[in-house]
Design a protein around this ligand. Structure first.
Ligand code: TXA
Ligand code: MG
Length: 320
């Protein structure tokens, strides 16, 4: 049985402590309930994907209490300032360039050079974010492919005890997710319609804003997160490798069977832990992506649990 507690000072303190330990807390927002984890902790972020049973690493929204908390995470621009002043706290998510020194797990943004950021208005979400003092990655608190939850009961039914704590704060007032607006490249574009309407945005911007149409082209990416091109290594990626050639970099998983010398080597998880492997995946691919290496040879990853999403990402990285 999941632990469901009403929002009060004690439960907020408990939730904040759990988040600092890398645990997962479901919490109310004005849009839908979120499944939160410490966005700076790769293992906590991996646990979010595992809890939702996501078959791929769709990037997550980073939640903070106020705009100042974003200064170390993203590169501001004028339109972002304007939309932030007009709609935050509230049901708007902005995609902005990620600062190079942002202390956010690469897994949270699925290896992208951008971050999705949001300041929720729900009082319990505000209290929690202030108490924890960390950026919180939070997708909707439902199993992958299921409806977004707007009550604590929905969360409990969908996730069971995969959330370490469920903060019960009543019914989400808006009931649909935040509007996602891309401000990282070119003219602003709505990637996902949501709680703030196109008209509201156009009023403030004083200009028309385009809406991303998934059906416009047959090859269009299915999820808005796929719009921005995912990080792909510059050198070839060779999957399900038994071992690396001398001029290749070796990315092992579990007991390392590579005996002969190779150009470089890292291990996603010496213990064969898929959570740890997911947390390390993007950072290790980046580290091995050197022109001096002929390719990155990657050991087989079991296609179970988070291994499904890891293999999905590796297959994308291997397509050239
Ligand atoms: O209302 C909401 O936004 C809720 C509450 C909990 O805040 N959260 C939510 O998260 O709906 P999620 O993970 O279910 O949806 C995140 C959306 C996805 O469509 C994802 O593709 C997009 O945001 N996204 C996240 N990071 C992105 C990025 N760097 N570039 C483009 N799209 C991104
Ligand atoms: Mg969702």
């Amino acid at each position: 049985m999941p632990t469901v507690v009403p929002v009060d000072d004690a439960s907020i303190a408990r939730a904040a402590a759990l988040l600092r330990e890398g645990k997962l807390v479901a919490f109310p927002t004005e849009t839908v309930y979120g499944l939160g984890g410490d966005a700076t902790n790769g293992q906590a972020v991996a646990a979010i994907y595992a809890a939702k049973g996501r078959p791929n690493f769709n990037p997550l929204i980073i939640h903070v209490a106020d705009a100042v908390a974003l200064d170390n995470l993203i590169e501001w621009n004028d339109i972002a300032r304007l939309l932030a002043a007009s709609f935050w706290p509230g049901p708007l998510t902005l995609i902005l360039p990620r600062r190079k020194d942002a202390a956010i797990s690469l897994l949270a943004s699925a290896g992208l050079d951008t971050l999705a950021v949001r300041i929720p208005s729900h009082p319990a979400a505000q209290k929690l974010l202030r108490a924890v003092g960390l950026p919180i990655a939070a997708p909707s608190a439902n199993a992958s492919g299921k409806l977004s939850p707007t009550t604590p009961l929905h969360v409990a039914e969908s996730l069971g005890d995969k959330a370490d704590l469920i903060l019960a704060g009543g019914r989400s007032q808006i009931g649909i997710e935040s509007t996602v607006v891309n401000l990282a490249a070119g003219a602003p574009m709505i990637l996902r319609p949501g709680g703030i309407t196109r008209e509201q945005l156009e009023m403030v911007l004083g200009q028309k804003i385009a809406v991303f149409e998934a059906t416009a082209t047959p090859d269009a990416p299915a999820s808005p997160g796929m719009l921005a091109s995912h990080y792909a290594p510059n050198i070839p990626v060779r999957l399900n490798a038994e071992s690396a050639e001398p001029n290749e970099a070796w990315l092992a998983f579990g007991a390392d069977k590579q005996i002969r010398p190779c150009a470089a080597r890292l291990n996603l998880s010496p213990q064969g832990d898929l959570n740890e492997a997911a947390a390390n995946l993007f950072a290790m691919l980046r580290e091995l992506d050197k022109p001096a290496h002929a390719a990155i040879a990657v050991a087989p990853i079991p296609a179970i649990g988070l291994g499904v999403a890891i293999n999905d990402r590796l297959q994308r990285a291997a397509v050239r």
